[in-house]
Design a binder for this molecule. Sequence first.
Ligand code: AKG
Length: 294
Amino acid sequence: MNLPIAFSSAPLGHQVMGVDIAAGVSDEQFKAIEDAFNRYGVIVLRNQKLTPEQHVAFSRRFGPTERYGIATYLLPGYPEIFVVSNVVENGKPIGMADAGRAWHSDMCYVPNPPRCSLLYALEVPRDENGEPLGDTCFGSTQAAYDALSPEMKKTIDGLRVRNSYAASVERKRKLQRDHSQMSQEERLKVQAKFPDVLHPLVRVHPFTGRKCLYLSQGMSIEIEGWSREASQELIGELLAHMVKPEFVYRHRWCEGDLVIWDNCSSIHLAIADFGAGQRRRMHRTTILSPASAA
Ligand code: AKG
């Protein structure tokens, strides 16, 4: 079966129409959703009304869900739902306020990064004219790979990139103008929890076989066997290429949107253009990689 699709002007971020998850999704409908998802890398399902149970149950159809280690930001009673929010209740943040402020693929710092993530919008910040703020941008890593020159494809073939969670913590501090260095003890603690990992710079998509560039800003720090300088130059060049306007879809959120992104064939960035008084509240589920789910 085919579901109607409203195409965005980018290679990804197309809206799959005619789906009401709360009313039930047949196996045939789900197959059409999953096919569109695998093909494009990011799809949008608008006008959903999901309870946390429905969100989790729909997510599980893509594969087993990831359970996060960061208990602070989990929805109470729902260990599979990670809250992305700037809302503070009783003096405590209910979710992670600054998720995704650099181009990244989720959890690229673990050996088997997750297949996909499903982000559901409950509250969207707005400006004084009622226009939504807090968009999310998505870049197609497969379209970006395809557009590389044959020479560049040859250069990067077989390279592996070091992804570092510790580096991302340091970068975040700099962005927050917190110039305190990570102490050796702190670094060791972070690295013990998430040791640096090597991933192919060009990943082959497990469902489609398409080649995708696999880099995240601030986390991909080094090419195996290359100097820091040469690594930074190549990583910078490729990241700049990956986020060229022709590969990017910018999602303007409405309450009830469910956006599903593939962590191999896309990268994303959250735009921080709203203030603390403008509430943003989203629920995210994350699906394990087919390798770790097997
Ligand atoms: C993530 O959950 O990985 C994000 O980057 C958050 C995206 C967003 O809040 O728009």
